[in-house]
Write a protein that binds this ligand. Structure first.
Ligand code: NAP
Length: 277
């Protein structure tokens, strides 16, 4: 790309109209005075590789990737970071000047940064984390919890084999609980995370009994629509500190924006408001 081209970036998925990433990146481009653009790109599976290989020629410096392409892009990329390979999915592509396509996964970083920003007293080494769910987001969450130094990660998923697969991949610090006994994970947990889609608008709520929850447990929901899920509302009633999922969406976007546009953006009230617009 010549030096005077306007840098472009976007988010690739299908469907993509609901994505909040364009609001977030457009806000950061504006507040940082960068003359770039970030757009949603609806791509079918059959066109994925062709479009990804064409984007750099059109002036794109990178792209985010979302459902249903997060796994498939690992096969298309020329370079895959260790964390993306371990998670088995990428959410960020960087189109390098040498023509190589670099795939990374920043979901885990986004998750940890969000919890640290909203609950600065959380000390990973002080106790186990309990995780509901074993899908793509859970893999990123578990990888980052282990890297952060959490002694044990308790995990429970409706489909047990997916939780067992996480234990196989991440080792004996991951302890699997049956879905019908998921409430038992809460007794000792210093952090509780919902990575299932339960609680999202249009989905049933997460119905795990929270009787064992202690007031000192920090409760985080990855779901951000609605911002206050039933899980977070009930945890708040118990006296727990709660962390919503919008911050993760913002924090996972920070390293991508910095790589593409050369400025590290800030996650603050203005960027949260932009994401909600
Ligand atoms: P995914 O790979 O499709 O996994 C979905 C998870 O939800 C699985 O554990 C699945 O269990 C569980 N689930 C779905 N319906 C269920 C039901 N009726 N009862 C019990 N469990 C159910 O999706 P994902 O990519 O991990 O995303 C999961 C959630 O995290 C979504 O709501 C997504 O929006 C959110 N997320 C948020 C951020 C953020 O930045 N805040 C980032 C990534 C994802 P089974 O294995 O049994 O199907």
């Amino acid at each position: 790309m010549s030096e005077n081209k306007i840098p472009l970036a976007g988010v690739i998925g299908s469907p993509i109209a609901h994505s909040k990433s364009p609001q977030i990146h457009s806000h950061w481009l504006k507040v940082n005075g960068i003359s770039g653009h970030y757009i949603p790109i609806d791509v079918d599976r059959d066109d994925l590789e062709y479009i990804i290989r064409t984007l750099p020629r059109m002036g794109f410096v990178g792209a985010n990737v979302t459902i249903p392409h997060k796994e498939r892009v690992l096969e298309i990329a020329d370079l895959v970071t260790d964390r993306a390979a371990l998670i088995g999915a990428a959410n960020t592509l960087i189109f390098r000047r040498d023509g190589k396509i670099h795939a990374d996964n920043t979901d885990g970083v986004g998750f940890i940064q969000n919890v640290r920003q909203k609950a600065p007293t959380w000390e990973p080494k002080n106790g186990p984390a309990a995780v509901f769910g074993a899908g793509g987001a859970a893999r990123a969450v578990v990888a980052s919890l282990i890297e952060a130094g959490v002694p044990e990660v308790f995990i429970s998923n409706r489909t047990r084999v997916r939780a067992d697969a996480l234990q196989d991949d991440f080792g004996k610090r991951v302890i699997v609980f049956d879905w019908v006994q998921a409430g038992n994970m809460l007794d000792d947990a210093s952090l509780l995370v919902n990575t299932t889609s339960l609680g999202m608008i249009g989905q049933p709520p997460l119905r795990v009994p929270l009787d064992g929850l202690r007031k000192t447990t920090i409760v985080n929901d990855l779901v951000y629509a609605p911002l206050k899920t039933r899980l977070l509302a009930e945890a708040e009633e118990t006296g727990c500190q709660v962390v919503d999922g919008l911050g993760m969406l913002l924090h996972q976007a920070v390293p991508a924006f910095e790589r593409w546009f050369g400025v590290r953006p800030t996650v603050d009230t203005a960027s949260r408001a932009a994401a909600l617009r």
